[in-house]
Design a protein around this ligand. Structure first.
Ligand SMILES: C[S@@+](CC[C@H](N)C(=O)[O-])C[C@H]1O[C@@H](n2cnc3c(N)ncnc32)[C@H](O)[C@@H]1O
Length: 324
């Protein structure tokens, strides 16, 4: 089992998470905090979603990692790998295989279920790697376990299209945090889902097996169970749209009738009204053009080293380095 060193007491974390949930539901449009949607059930479901034929992103990224892992590691000579939003750690394996031994791997995730599975898997698949799982929010200041992470150079990876799940201001916060937390010369490898045919991009979140739908409907169960809301689980439907101006797929839950929902936030519980047809946004999945992130990276002190697109132009790995 992974030992979880939390920097926040459970009661403080609950107050903070409830406040974030309440603030999200008061936004226009209302929004569920993406970070809170990864319990044991949804973590296991995501493992199956990645294998669905419609979810091409995972397959393309995996192929790119297998093709370019040696080049990525050779370019930075990384000795320590930090993976943000690691999930079950499958994407680290091709990279670890090319790192000098003994390598250190620090997977970071809010899902302790994912981290526990990863620790088991890595022990078998990469026995010479020292694994230190860190249960943390990747957009919060790094805990000491990450800051004192081991030998340099470090390669930080952010894969699984998770970059696209951040709103633009969250993406900026993450890059700022990274630039302040790693050392000049350290590398950053991003998995970048690219802009292409709208129908195919939307279909990735509407698999025929209904697993994405189950993932997002389960979010309401999480909120009722862990945060004391009283969402009517039968009163919402899976909703996926392409928002062209924002260049992103938006995934949410549409109210099938007028709803009022109890929010047990501090200092007093209150009710939020969601009219018939209102969409609670649960996730965004932004898409990028190949050069779109260069300026953003440069503004935070990163130099673009290599763009590694897949031949179909639907996905890309981007390797950058913090300027020395
Ligand atoms: C889309 S999945 C990608 C998983 C894995 N990287 C892959 O490629 O299969 C996103 C992962 O990020 C984690 N996550 C989401 N928000 C997070 C946050 N704020 N801090 C840390 N982990 C987070 C989830 O638990 C989940 O494992």
């Amino acid at each position: 089992m992974v030992s979880v060193s939390a920097s926040t007491a459970p009661q403080d974390a609950l107050v903070r998470d409830r406040a974030e949930l309440a603030a999200g539901l008061r936004r226009v449009p209302p929004r569920l905090p993406y970070r809170l949607l990864w319990d044991e059930h949804n973590t296991a479901l995501y493992d199956r979603i990645r294998e669905q034929p419609e979810y091409y992103l995972n397959r393309l990224e995996m192929q790119l990692l297998h093709s370019h892992a040696s080049e990525v590691i050779a370019a930075g000579r990384a000795r320590t790998l930090i993976e943000l939003g690691s999930g079950t750690g499958e994407k680290a394996l091709p990279l670890l295989r090319h790192m000098p031994t003994p390598a250190t791997y620090l997977p970071v995730d809010v899902s302790t279920t994912a981290l526990n599975r990863l620790a088991d898997r890595l022990q078998h698949a990469s026995p010479t790697t020292t694994v230190h799982p860190v249960a943390a929010d990747f957009i919060s200041p790094w805990p000491s376990a990450l800051r004192e992470s081991g030998r340099h150079p470090v390669l930080v990876t952010f894969l699984g299209s998770t970059l696209g799940n951040l709103l633009p201001y969250e993406r900026r916060d993450l890059l700022e945090l990274l630039a302040a937390s790693i050392t000049p010369g350290d590398g950053l490898l991003l998995g970048v889902p690219l802009l292409h045919d709208a129908q195919e991009m939307v279909s990735a979140y509407q698999d025929a097996a209904g697993l994405m739908e189950a993932f997002y409907l389960h979010c309401l169960r999480i909120l009722n169970r862990d945060f004391g809301t009283d969402f009517d689980l039968d009163a919402y439907a899976h909703h996926v749209t392409w928002a062209a101006c924002e260049q992103r797929v938006e995934i949410g839950l549409r109210a099938l009738a007028d709803q009022t929902v109890l929010i047990p936030a501090h200092p007093a519980a209150h009710r939020v009204v969601l009219p018939h047809g209102e969409v609670l946004r649960a996730a965004v999945a932004a898409r990028f053009t190949p050069g779109q992130l260069d300026d953003e990276l440069a503004a935070h002190g990163f130099r673009m080293v290599r763009r590694l697109p897949d031949p179909s132009g639907r996905y890309m790995l981007l390797l950058a380095r913090l300027r020395e």
